[in-house]
Design a protein. Sequence first.
Length: 118
Amino acid sequence: QVQLVESGGGLVQAGGSLRLSCAASGRTFSSYAMGWFRQAPGKEREFVAAISRSGGNTYYADSVKGRFTISRDNAKNTVYLQMNSLKPEDTAVYYCNALERSSLNLYWGQGTQVTVSS
């Protein structure tokens, strides 16, 4: 099992930037594909970005493409989400997850709040 802890959320003005981190502990980090999701008040959780186990492939929701960048450092057991040109509609709780390929087990962190003011 893997434990995930997000950090880096906060309050930022529109047009600003934040970098979220998700630190993993437990089993081998490089065994997991990693992703970021978000959930705004009154809305369903939605996909934001994902990265393959090696970091060689990345995927983005259309709403964040060109503004957000997902990356990982397997030596530090950490995945990042660099968020630039933030908009008020990016306001949400951001969650990272880890998908273990061998078992298809999916793990979630506790989330970190991002608030973008207009």
